[in-house]
Design a protein around this ligand. Structure first.
Ligand code: NAP
Ligand code: MG
Length: 496
C-alpha cells in the first residue's frame, strides 16, 4: 500500500452545545500535507462570528450546573475521558495518521501526544481533594474562610505545534476548576485535534466543551472580546499574545499567556557527555523539527568541552533520517507550514551570508519529496556572532547555534540576555552547582542534564518570565489560574 492517500480526505465540523455542526454559512477550508503540499488531507469548518456567539452562549448556559458539581464528581468524569481517549486502538491509529499527515511530525510523536493528553486529564483529576479544601484563618482580628470559585466561560486558544499536549495543559485544568470552555485550535492543525476534542466533549454535558475551527482573522477578536468570556488562556507567539492582551483589556478579562522561548542550555566543564547525553540534546532541540516552545534553542558549551559537544551532536544529527513522518524509519518530518519554512531557511541563510560555519546534517532517502515539501535538515551553526537572528530570536525550526563560554558568570549573563525567559537547562555532574546556576536563570523552568518535553514534569507549574508570558499552566498552580479567590469573613469567634 502506498503511504500517500492512505486514508481519504476527511471533513470536520465545529462542536457547539453537544453536537457537531457545520459552520454558519457552511464554509470549510482545505488542509494539505506539509511533506507533500499537493496532497489534500481534509477540510475543517470555517467558523464565523455568529458561531462564536452561539458557542459562548452554550458554554455560559452550561456553566451553573457544571460549577455546582463537586470536585470529586468532575474528577470522575475526567478519569472516564482519560480512559476513553485510549480505549479504541483502531480509532487512535487512524487519528495518529491523520495528525501526522496534516502536521508533518513523525507518527511516534502523534501517538505520544494522544496518550499525553489522557495523562494530563488524570493529573488534573488527582487535584480534586486538595482543591476542595478552603483555607481557614481563625480570628482575631476576624474569622475568615478563603475559598475559590470557577471564573465562568474560559476561552482556550491553542497553537499548531503541539496541539494536544498544549490542550492538555489547559482543558482538564479549566474543567476540574469548574469552568466551561470554548476552544480554538490553530487552522494549521485542526483535523485530528478537532476530532479528539469532539470525543471529549461528547462525554460531558452539552455546552461544557465547545470547539471552533477556522481563520483567526475571522473569529480571533470575537473570541477574545466576547462579553461572556471570563478568562482567556492563550498559547502562541509573542506578537499575537500581545494583541490578545490588548483586546482583552476592553472587558478587563484576565489572561494567561504562554508565548515563545529562546531557551539556553549550559554545558559545564564537568558535564557527563555520553551517548545518552547527546541523544537527549538532540531530542531537546530537534524533536518536532524544532517547533517546540520549550526546545533547546541556544547551546552554550564550556570552551574545554566545545569540540567534544560539536563532534558528539554532529554525529547524532548525521544519523537522522528526514522524510515523510508516516514512514517508521523517519526520525524527523517537515516543518509544519510554508511561513515557518521560510523563517527558518531565512535565519540559516543569514548566518551563511555572514560567513558563519553552518552544517546541514542527516540523511534524505527521497530527494524529490524533500525538494517539494517544507523540509529542513537538522542544522548546526558553530560559534556564530551573537547578533544573528538564530541566536537572538526564536528559530522555531531545526537549527541550533552552539557557542563556547569561559566562566559561569559570563554564561549566566548570556543566557539571561534575552527578551524571552521560558525554559533553560544546566548540564553538570555537580548537584549544588546545577541548582545554584539554575536559580540565577531568568526562566520559568530549568531542566538538569536534559531539555524539552520528554523531561518535563507536568506537576510543576509551566510558563515564562519576561515576554515568554504571564501566568502558569500545568501543576496545581495551573488549575488555580482558572479560579477566582473569594474571602468570606465575620467577627472573631462567630464563623470558625
Ligand atoms: P500564533 O500565530 O500566535 O497562533 C497561536 C493561536 O492563536 C492559533 O490558534 C492562532 O490561530 C490564534 N490566533 C491568531 N491570531 C489571533 C487573534 N487575533 N485572536 C485570537 N487568536 C488568534 O502561534 P503559532 O504560530 O500557532 O505557534 C507558534 C508560537 O507559539 C511560537 O512562538 C511558540 O514558541 C509558541 N508556543 C508557546 C508555547 C508555550 O507554552 N509557551 C507552547 C507552544 C507554542 P491560527 O493558527 O488559526 O491563525
Ligand atoms: Mg534562537
Amino acid at each position: 500500500m502506498s503511504i500517500q492517500n492512505i486514508d481519504s480526505p476527511v471533513t470536520t465540523g465545529i462542536y457547539i452545545d453537544g453536537e457537531v455542526r457545520e459552520a454558519a454559512g457552511g464554509k470549510t477550508y482545505a488542509i494539505h500535507n506539509p511533506a507533500r503540499p499537493d496532497e489534500l488531507v481534509g477540510h475543517a469548518a470555517s467558523a464565523t462570528v455568529e458561531d462564536v456567539d452561539a458557542a459562548m452562549k452554550a458554554a455560559h448556559a452550561a456553566f451553573p450546573a457544571w460549577a455546582a458539581l463537586s470536585y470529586a464528581e468532575r474528577a470522575a468524569m475526567l478519569m472516564k475521558i482519560a480512559d476513553e481517549l485510549v480505549a479504541d486502538q483502531e480509532e487512535l491509529d487512524y487519528r495518529s495518521r491523520l495528525f501526522c499527515r496534516e502536521h508533518g511530525k513523525v507518527i511516534k510523536e502523534t501517538q505520544l501526544e494522544m496518550t499525553r493528553l489522557g495523562d494530563r486529564f488524570r493529573l488534573s483529576a488527582s487535584y480534586a481533594e486538595r482543591l476542595a479544601e478552603d483555607e481557614h484563618l481563625p480570628g482575631p482580628p476576624f474569622d475568615t474562610i478563603i475559598t475559590r470559585q470557577p471564573r465562568g466561560v474560559a476561552t482556550l486558544i491553542v497553537p499548531w505545534n503541539w496541539p494536544l499536549s498544549i490542550l492538555g495543559a489547559k482543558l482538564p485544568q479549566a474543567l476540574i476548576a469548574g469552568n466551561t470552555v470554548v476552544i480554538k485550535p490553530s487552522h494549521n492543525s485542526a483535523l485530528a485535534p478537532s476530532m479528539t476534542i469532539h470525543k471529549i466533549a461528547s462525554l460531558l454535558p452539552p455546552g461544557v466543551v465547545n470547539v471552533l475551527t477556522g481563520s483567526a482573522s475571522e473569529i480571533g477578536d470575537a473570541l477574545v472580546t466576547h462579553p461572556l468570556t471570563r478568562f482567556i488562556n492563550f498559547t502562541g507567539s509573542v506578537g499575537v499574545g500581545r494583541h490578545v492582551m490588548k483586546m482583552a483589556a476592553d472587558n478587563i478579562t484576565p489572561v494567561t499567556l504562554e508565548l515563545g522561548g529562546n531557551d539556553a542550555a549550559i554545558i559545564c566543564e564537568d558535564a557527563e557527555l555520553d551517548a545518552g547525553a547527546f541523544m537527549r540534546m538532540y531530542m531537546g532541540t530537534f524533536m518536532s523539527s524544532g517547533q517546540i516552545c520549550m526546545a533547546l534553542k541556544r547551546l552554550y558549551v564550556h570552551r574545554s568541552r566545545y569540540d567534544e559537544v560539536v563532534d558528539g551532536l554532529t554525529e547524532v544529527c548525521e544519523r537522522m533520517v528526514i522524510g515523510d513522518g508516516l514512514l517508521p524509519e523517519t526520525n524527523m518530518g517537515p516543518v509544519n507550514n510554508e511561513k515557518q519554512h521560510r523563517i527558518i531557511k531565512g535565519m540559516i541563510e543569514q548566518a551563511r551570508a555572514a560567513g558563519q560555519d553552518v552544517r546541514e546534517c542527516g540523511q534524505v532517502p527521497d530527494e524529490e519529496l524533500y525538494a517539494k515539501g517544507y523540509f529542513q535538515k537538522p542544522t548546526l551553526v558553530f560559534d556564530p556572532d551573537q547578533s544573528l537572528d538564530i541566536v537572538r530570536e526564536e528559530q522555531f525550526g531545526p537549527a541550533l547555534p552552539i557557542m563556547p563560554y569561559d566562566t559561569d558568570d559570563e554564561v549566566v549573563a548570556k543566557a539571561n540576555d534575552s527578551n524571552f525567559g521560558l525554559c533553560s537547562s544546566v548540564w553538570t555532574k555537580d548537584r549544588d552547582r546545577a541548582t545554584s546556576i539554575a536559580r540565577r536563570l531568568e526562566a520559568g523552568y530549568t531542566y538538569l542534564n536534559a531539555h524539552g518535553p520528554a523531561a518535563q514534569d507536568g506537576r510543576g507549574p509551566f510558563g515564562g518570565f519576561k515576554q515568554s508570558g504571564i501566568g502558569r499552566n500545568l501543576g496545581y498552580e495551573g488549575v488555580l489560574q482558572f479560579q477566582e479567590y473569594h474571602s468570606i469573613s465575620s467577627q472573631p469567634g462567630w464563623l470558625l
